[in-house]
Design a protein around this ligand. Structure first.
Ligand code: ATP
Ligand code: MG
Length: 410
């Protein structure tokens, strides 16, 4: 894409009143727009990155047999009354002109369990897992963490359905492994820990995936030896004994919860009438698990973790473009002709390129390029136009390489 046509503009100053580093940088770079506290719009660059994150998550959910669907946001209160969750503070509710109330979905156990009850009748219908990537609404009390805590945000929620506990337990482990792969692929693998957190009526623990990050809202205790963490909320002698972890090996850290997996057991299937008949014709409630990740929170966590004093730094897997082609020419001169031709050939070679073809000062272009955080910057100056060898700068390390044209376009 030609940057002269990109309608969003980078700006020097962070917007007043925005305290979170992730939102400050993303707004300055033109990736997002703040509508209200905790409510953000995704602009073309931001959406490209968000979609990359979503695609990584989608691939890993598909790999563990997840069937993608898309549930409605508007929720029927009758379902939520059956599980006693209609009266919670987290809801945004609205009323119909025709009379009656609706809610905007903040999670979707009730909806999916109700749908499953119309399709599952026998043990032969189990197990299965279904997921969606959908906007959630939560009336969060505090919204000071930028896109890491939105009142409207994207969530991937997967739900699994099983005939027995063993089957849920095995699937739960597969889901946990898929989560580790996701966090590794988006560049947070080395700082994201499977974290023991409070369970519920059906299991002693649930698991969060916590990314170490100064601006996180959670406190965790990390055991590097065991490659796990424990949420402060559940740190007791009993938990340490369960996990065979000594207090001495724990490191206190601030972290952000990027994912959460939970064994629901029969909490929802009992309330909403989701059951199956076994081979002997005996009726049982279906056993469920749920698995959430916030793609938008993940984008925020990547920014917080990897950005430097110059701006955003994207891992290749989630960058809006692979290359930032920066021409130092003026339209019509040899440099800009060289840059135009290289842009065409990079595109023909299937590379994704943002091409800064604007007539601006070099310093201004480089500063903006640093702010945007695209992994590789190809600089087209006088020398490149004369020799056909280009300077390629790695955004993360600052390392400069000289690369011949043929290597770039192959
Ligand atoms: P938290 O403890 O941070 O409030 P939660 O435990 O309520 O989150 P879940 O209901 O488990 O979160 O949601 C699943 C995932 O959705 C979370 O792990 C997180 O990645 C993401 N998420 C939750 N709330 C928000 C939010 N307000 N903004 C952005 N992402 C969110
Ligand atoms: Mg939580």
């Amino acid at each position: 894409m030609r940057q002269s046509r990109l309608f969003t503009k980078a700006r020097r100053e962070a917007p007043a009143g925005e305290v979170a580093k992730n939102a400050q940088l993303l707004i300055r770079a033109g990736y997002i727009h703040k509508e209200l506290a905790g409510v953000y719009s995704y602009l073309p660059l931001g959406l490209r990155t968000l979609n990359k994150v979503v695609q990584v998550i989608r691939e890993e959910m598909d790999a563990i047999g997840g069937q993608e669907l898309y549930l409605s946001s508007l929720q029927n209160p009758e379902l939520w009354k059956k599980t006693d969750r209609w009266e919670q503070d987290v809801w945004f509710k609205t009323s119909l002109n025709a009379g009656g109330e609706l809610g905007f979905g903040w999670t979707q156990e009730e909806a999916i369990t109700n749908i499953a009850s119309q399709h599952v009748s026998s043990y032969r219908d189990l197990p299965f897992a279904a997921y969606q990537i959908q906007t959630k609404f939560r009336n969060e009390e505090r919204a000071k963490s930028g896109i890491m805590r939105g009142r409207e945000f994207l969530m991937k929620d997967l739900y699994s359905f099983h005939a027995d506990q063993e089957d849920l337990d095995a699937y739960y482990e597969r889901a946990a492994e898929a989560y580790q792969k996701i966090f590794a692929r988006v560049g947070l693998g080395d700082r994201t820990f499977k974290t023991f957190a409070s369970g519920g009526a059906f299991s002693k623990y649930s698991h969060e995936f916590q990314t170490l990050c100064e601006s996180g809202e959670d406190t965790v205790y990390v055991s590097r030896k065991k490659n796990i963490a424990i949420n402060k909320e559940v740190l007791t002698e009993e938990v340490l004994a369960d996990l065979q972890v000594g207090r001495g090996e724990l490191e206190e850290a601030t972290a952000v919860e990027v994912g959460n997996i939970f064994k629901l057991g029969t909490r929802f299937s009992e309330s909403l009438g989701l059951s199956y008949l076994d081979a002997e014709g005996k009726k049982h409630p279906v056993i469920m698990g749920c698995y959430g990740i916030g793609p938008s929170r993940l984008v925020g966590a990547i920014v917080e973790s990897l950005a430097d004093e110059k701006g955003l730094v994207w891992p290749a897997a989630v960058a809006p473009f692979a290359y930032h082609l920066v021409s130092l020419g003026k339209s019509g001169d040899d440099i800009s002709k060289t840059a135009d031709a290289l842009y065409d050939d990079l595109q023909k070679a299937g590379k994704s390129v943002l091409y800064d073809d604007r007539d601006l000062r070099a310093g201004e272009k480089f500063a903006e390029s640093d702010l945007l955080g695209i992994p590789k910057r190809i600089v087209v100056g006088k020398e490149a136009a004369e020799t056909g060898t280009f300077e390629v700068v790695d955004r993360a390390s600052g390392k400069v390489e000289k690369v011949p044209r043929t290597a770039l376009v192959s």
